[in-house]
Design a protein around this ligand. Sequence first.
Ligand SMILES: [Mg+2]
Length: 266
Amino acid sequence: MATPRQRLQQQLAAPLPADPQLVLVTDLDGTLLGGSLAWRRRVYGWLQRRREQVLHVFCTGRDLRSIARLLEQDAEHGLVAPHLVIGDVGCTVACGHSLEPVPLAVEPIDRLWVGKPERLLPLLDGVAGLSPQPLSSDRRLAYYYDPEIFAHDLVDELEAHGVDCLFSDNRYLDLLPAGINKGSTLLALLELLDFDRARVVTAGDTLNDLAMFETGLAGVMVGNAEPALMAELPRLPGTYRARASGCEGIVEGLRHFGYGALLEDL
Ligand SMILES: [Mg+2]
């Protein structure tokens, strides 16, 4: 009888490290893609060299197509595919190598999304201060919103249909199946992987990363975090607030959490 981790591995195009010392879960924009180019190159090179010791997970609002484009563009800076991807703000899980969705992780989210677009789209059509994001994602609706114009009383009406409205970075509004976010999907994935939670570190910079910090896993809020996220810090005991931005902030956080030895070849 296969374990959940073995079943997950069967659905991936490349093997996961057998016994990683660290599971590093990074948001992209403003976090792994943030900071100076020199720091980004250093961190990307380190991730490449440490592939067997560091299991790397992207955890992003981007959809799979946008992640594929990014990996192509940023290869010149040394960015390599992670082992796993959590995309669409927690609504998609994919193999980092092939960017193919992982059925074991995605099917439970799919079931929560059945019938939702049909009910929600008519309510969202023509609403002032909303425009659809040009994304090709499943299990989620993504909009730009204008905080000055968008009428927030619509939120209750939308959420009554079994979704969560997630506002982020003062411009993004995501409608996600109720209870699904970066944090819930990360915890479900860790359950499948059956790794020691004490070896997990997350990193992020905007409100859609809050759910990751709320898991209680070790977290790094990078220096360039949005003010609304920073305001949550007092109730996030597992989260370290870095002074440095983006990639440099991730490294600062890893040192804080005791991973200095792993960083010696950075
Ligand atoms: Mg971000």
